[in-house]
Unconditional design. Structure first.
Length: 605
């Protein structure tokens, strides 16, 4: 990687989330160490595995050699039992043996020989024994213990056999024999031929041939056990280099050259093979094993497969554990970050608590954050209470400083009324004026019954009708059940005042003003609506009316002030909203919770 590429990678790494950084910090070094350890360890393990595999094959070949040697020695021993048997030798050396005999004499010879052979075979039942006798004997063709000499002489290797026997040497050869239980079936045997020399009574030497056989499939079974590697082949080779037998599935042995006892790598039929040899010294046999090089490598590749599986398993485990750890640590930091973002939001008064338990640096941050959140919570509560106190003080100041213009104008009307009208009308005007100021002051309390708030509005309209000649019509459509509930005082009168001031008072063409106050339940809330048939407002006026001090001409107590008082008391979900259309009038809606007077007083405290 170039220097520029390294810088770009570092820059991107710094921009990664904390969890991703921690995951890479945990995973990458650990996986690199695991890969490095596997790269160093498994070639060594694979080498030792190959050596152990060779040692195993060597042991199986040594075992096969021992089994073969044991069989050869047993056959030699049985052959010597026959050639040294005194009864057999005495019968064969009899002057009348082989001469013209009657049936009785022939039977006695057969009985004596058969009895001795049977005794020898009885203790060595896996071997088959016999002797070749002159064809002239009546029992020479029984093919159990006795065989005709003509059968031996008809063998292709008879000259080699006779030469070896004359030199008193071992001679092994394969032979196909008829089965005892079914003469139609034949079985292949490995036979050991040995000479039995008899000196007749005339002093002449006669040579008989004794054979000891073992079924070839018994030897093949031994070679199969020595070929435990797939596609390997094991052979039993005679002293002359000819194949005696081989393991099942083995191809014919073409080469008879001597093979070193240790491992050697050779090309056999265009296939690279490891060749291993064990020799039966006494009999000059060889046990040869051919193992394809790729099979041995395939066995060793199992180690690499296990290495890959182990590597993938370890890397997966490291990745999962690293992910969980990074998620645990980074998740806690992310939670602190998210809560810090929303901790100072407007209106947020919930206390954020993080559970600490491990005692590490993150828990210390959590503890500090909890303390900060608690302090901020208390600060917000103090701010909220201070705001309520300020609003209360403003209202009390308003109540203490009633607009003198309204008072003076009213007194002026009373004066002119006393001159133009009778005393009854002056008394009504004075009574409405007294009721208006009494409800406005409300003994210094901010909570009032809705019924009293409506009386306050009615008194105000009665006074204004004295000024406008009864042109203002007020309709109160509020059920008695709602009149018994409570609200903040002086929240309806300013809205009615706005309808009069910005309607009939500003526009001489308007000769009559109709105002309706209605109230309905909306789930657990109340909707108080003030509707008028005045000139209406534009969308821009409705957008700014709650943002600016859009105040009436007389008392200076604006809609924004009412809206702020309602939200400060009840919460952000409550306040004033407007619907209006130019030339069709305006509807102001106040949403407050449905509360009784005691509940509202408790809330204000």
């Amino acid at each position: 990687m170039t220097l520029q590429g390294t810088k770009r990678f570092r820059q991107k790494f710094r921009q990664w989330p904390m969890q991703k950084k921690m995951f890479c910090a945990y995973t990458v070094p650990t996986i690199c160490i695991i890969i490095l350890a596997n790269a160093v360890a498994f070639p060594i393990i694979s080498h030792y595995y190959k050596e152990e595999l060779k040692n195993t094959i060597t042991l199986t070949n040594d075992q096969a050699q021992n089994f073969m040697l044991n069989h050869a020695q047993n056959m030699d021993y049985i052959a010597q039992l026959i050639t040294r048997n005194w009864e057999i030798k005495e019968t064969l050396s009899s002057p009348n043996f082989g001469s013209h005999q009657n049936a009785g004499e022939a039977y006695r010879e057969f009985y004596n020989l058969n009895d001795e052979f049977e005794n020898i075979e009885l203790s060595n039942d896996i071997y088959r024994i016999g002797i070749y006798l002159p064809d002239s004997l009546m029992y020479a063709n029984n093919n159990y213990y006795f065989y005709p000499e003509s059968e031996l002489k008809s063998r292709k290797d008879y000259a080699d056999l006779l030469h070896s026997l004359s030199a008193n040497q071992y001679y092994f050869a394969t032979i196909r024999e008829k089965e005892y239980y079914n003469p139609k079936l034949t079985e292949k045997y490995l036979a050991l031929f040995q000479p039995l020399r008899i000196i007749t009574s005339q002093g002449k030497e006669r040579l008989y041939v004794v054979k000891v056989e073992i079924q070839l499939k018994n030897l093949v079974h031994i070679l199969d056990n020595a070929s435990d590697v797939m596609h390997s082949s094991t052979y039993l080779v005679s002293a002359s280099g000819k194949e005696i037998c081989s393991s099942n599935g083995a191809a014919a042995l073409n080469s008879s050259e001597d093979v070193p006892a240790d491992w050697s790598l050779r090309t056999v039929q265009h296939i690279r093979c490891y060749v291993f040899s064990r020799q039966l010294v006494r009999y000059k046999w060889q046990v040869l094993t051919y193992i394809p090089q790729k099979e041995l490598s395939h066995r060793a590749s199992v180690i690499w497969i296990l290495a890959v599986i182990l590597l993938v398993g370890l890397c997966s485990a490291v990745a999962v554990i690293s992910y969980q750890l990074s998620r645990s640590y980074a998740g806690r930091l992310s939670l602190i970050n998210q809560r810090m973002k929303h901790l100072g939001d407007e209106g947020t008064t919930d206390r954020f608590v993080l559970q600490a338990g491990s005692g590490d640096e993150i828990d210390q941050i959590c503890h500090t954050f909890n303390e900060m959140a608690e302090q901020l919570h208390y600060s917000m509560q103090e701010r909220f209470l201070l705001g309520k106190k300020v609003a209360s003080a403003n209202l009390k100041a308003l109540q203490a400083q009633i607009n003198p213009h309204f008072l003076y104008n009213t007194l002026d009307l009373i004066n002119w009324g006393a001159m133009d009208y009778g005393a009854t009308e002056i008394a009504d005007l004075a009574r409405n004026l007294g009721q208006f100021y009494r409800l406005s002051l409300n003994h210094g309390k901010m909570a009032i019954l809705i019924a009293d708030e409506l009386r306050h509005v009615q008194a105000y309209v009665n006074i204004e009708n004295a000024h406008f000649g009864g042109a203002i019509n007020l309709s109160l459509q509020v059920p008695d059940s709602i009149r018994e509930l409570a609200c903040l005082n002086i929240i309806l009168q300013p809205l009615v005042e706005n309808a009069i001031v910005h309607g009939i008072a500003e526009h001489p063409a308007i000769v009559e003003c109709n105002i309706t106050i209605c109230a309905v339940h909306s789930e657990n809330d109340l909707l108080l609506q003030v509707q008028d048939d005045g000139p209406g407002m534009t969308a821009e006026q409705m957008r700014t009316i709650l943002q600016e001090e859009y105040q009436s001409t007389y008392n200076g107590y604006g809609v924004k002030n009412i809206h702020s008082r309602i939200r400060l008391c009840y919460g952000e979900a409550y306040g004033i909203s407007y619907q209006s259309c130019l030339g069709e009038g305006t509807t102001a809606t106040i949403r407050i919770p449905a509360m009784h007077l005691e509940e509202l007083n408790a809330l204000l405290q």
